[in-house]
Design a protein around this ligand. Structure first.
Ligand code: SF4
Ligand code: SF4
Length: 179
């Protein structure tokens, strides 16, 4: 007794190992069918684009490369608490904390700051959990069109503070907008 299997998708086909006829062995029908498929797609609107010369518009909900934020006085918000690194499922974040010196009060908001802060962009899956975990509103996956570009070297994907910290003039512009 043969066991009948049910196709959940309804697309399952029984494969028969029957001998091909003379016409089938010429493959002409198959070739013309293939050509018809090619011709059908030839005049359709192309879904591919010539990136990087041509770029797609970004979605409104697009979130790109991270930014380490500054406060309204231009000081770095991050206090190197490590919660973002702990919450990161890809273990992409590493940092080294340092104590703020009295003369650095204008640079860092808290008494402790991230002397080194690195994100491995090859590991990052842009899930946004680091942003959710941060108690200081110090890290955001920015809405700007910043994307992580392709490169030939793995080292270039380790983004440090020089790539991540918000430029000072952007912080000033933000403050002016809020005022
Ligand atoms: S976006 Fe997600 S994967 Fe990337 S660094 Fe943040 S928590 Fe890790
Ligand atoms: S970005 Fe936020 S969560 Fe991560 S170390 Fe800095 S303050 Fe803590």
């Amino acid at each position: 007794m043969s066991i009948q299997t049910i196709s959940l998708s309804g697309r399952k086909k029984q494969v028969a190992n029957k001998k091909m006829s003379f016409i089938e062995r010429l493959y002409l029908v198959a070739i013309f069918k293939g050509l018809a498929t090619t011709l059908k797609h030839l005049f359709k609107k192309k879904v591919t684009i010539s990136y990087p010369e041509e770029k797609r518009p970004f979605s409104d909900v697009y979130r790109g490369q991270h930014t380490l934020m500054r406060d309204e006085e231009g000081r770095e918000r991050c206090t190197a608490c490590g919660l973002c690194a702990l919450s990161c499922p890809a273990e992409a974040i590493t940092m080294k904390a340092a104590e703020r010196k009295p003369e650095e009060k204008h640079l860092y908001r808290e008494e402790k700051y991230a002397e080194i802060y690195e994100i491995n962009m090859l590991r990052c899956i842009f899930c946004g959990l680091c942003e959710e975990a941060c108690p200081k509103q110090a890290i955001y996956l920015t809405k700007s069109k910043k994307i992580v570009h392709a490169d030939y070297s793995r080292e270039h994907f380790i983004f440090g503070k020089e790539q991540l910290v918000m430029p000072l003039d952007a912080a000033i512009q933000n403050t002016q907008k809020l005022a």
